[in-house]
Design a protein around this ligand. Structure first.
Ligand SMILES: NC(=O)c1ccc[n+]([C@@H]2O[C@H](COP(=O)([O-])OP(=O)(O)OC[C@H]3O[C@@H](n4cnc5c(N)ncnc54)[C@H](OP(=O)(O)O)[C@@H]3O)[C@@H](O)[C@H]2O)c1
Length: 310
């Protein structure tokens, strides 16, 4: 990618697309093409084809998707499958038709089988059944990976796939029902502090371990791989470190300056005991994360107070 290459970020208003846009601008890339979903509904094949024919981007970051927590994934199963399949199929096919030099498809760690050994290696893909609650989303993401592979195999397109771990950061989703665990905890602890509640109850035993990556670190990794990685195989992006949910709750309590107690509702399900990415491939390629979890949670909490609460 040159500084004057034409780069399209699909989903630039999202947490990930926004971080990629900031990272590109910071490094001096000047020709960045964007459209909101109101301007261009990526589920519409003809509109996407017209947009690509008009703009002819040279590089594409595919960070547009229908995204949500377990509840949203399980409730809107048809939408998670249909929207994501349409978005990625339309973009990948148009990118091929218009001769895009390179495309990066962003998937997710939920593509791996529910019972896969930990940490999750790239080659565990399609080795067992998926977690049922987000199966439609995972199937759509797997289809995206397979589209990139197939367009490479048949047409020689340089389309690559990356699988980020759980993300958090600027512009995250703090919706009371549809958010992921870390933004949900930030909101819960902040509200408990504001209302002077004596206790925050966290679902489950607090022992399941999860990995979290700051979205701006992810964007840095995406740019690194866009510059240096041209292979068919997908690449995991994460920290390679995980933390028990109980410790995460304590960290969020500290960052939000909540003074009450934390308790665990053990009648609630825990989910998978551990979910950690194997990032040895990424490390071997020469990239490592740099934002510490506490630092990142501080930044996210400031952003939540400044932007979301308004
Ligand atoms: N968040 C995570 O923890 C996480 C973890 C792993 C992987 N990922 C992956 O990273 C990517 C981006 O996630 P995110 O967290 O940034 O999501 P997000 O904040 O919800 O942003 C998604 C973006 O997609 C766009 N979009 C959705 N439907 C569209 C449509 N029909 N037409 C056009 N644009 C549409 C939206 O555009 P508008 O704003 O214009 O409506 C939005 O900006 C996804 O592929 C996701 O799987 C995320």
């Amino acid at each position: 990618m040159n500084k004057d290459s034409k780069i399209y970020i699909a989903g630039h208003r999202g947490m990930v697309g926004g971080a990629i846009k900031r990272a590109l601008e910071k490094r001096g890339y000047t020709i960045i093409v964007t459209r909101t979903s109101a301007e261009l509904d990526l589920r519409k094949q003809e509109s996407v084809a017209e947009f690509f024919a008009l703009e002819k981007p040279e590089y594409v970051f595919l960070a547009a998707a229908k995204v949500g927590g377990i509840m949203a994934n399980n409730t809107y199963r048809a939408e998670f499958l249909y929207d994501n399949l349409m978005i990625e199929a339309n973009i990948i096919h148009s990118a091929y038709q218009q001769g895009v030099k390179k495309l990066m498809f962003l998937g997710s760690s939920c593509i791996y089988p529910k019972m896969a050994p930990q940490p999750l290696k790239e080659d565990y893909l399609l080795t067992g059944p998926l977690e049922p609650t987000n199966e439609p989303y995972a199937i759509a993401k797997i289809a995206g990976i397979k589209l990139c592979e197939a367009y490479r195999d048949q047409y020689g397109c340089n389309f690559i796939s990356v699988m980020p771990t759980n993300l958090y950061g600027y512009g995250d989703n703090y919706h009371p029902q549809n958010s992921h665990v870390l933004p949900a905890l930030i909101r819960r602890f902040h509200e408990a502090k504001e209302k002077g509640e004596p206790e925050v109850v966290v679902w489950g035993t607090g022992t399941p371990r999860r990995e979290f990556l700051f979205a701006d670190d992810l964007a840095d990794a995406c740019l690194f791989l866009m510059e240096h990685y041209n292979e068919r195989e997908l690449v995991n992006i994460g920290t390679g470190e995980d933390i028990p949910i109980g410790e995460l709750a304590a960290l969020v309590s500290k960052v939000t300056a909540y003074k009450g107690a934390i308790s665990f509702d053990t009648t609630r399900p825990d989910g998978t005991p551990r979910k950690l990415m194997d990032v040895s491939k990424l490390h071997q390629l020469g990239w490592q994360h740099f934002t510490l979890l506490e630092e990142g949670v501080q930044a996210a909490y400031q952003d939540f107070k400044q932007h979301y609460l308004r």
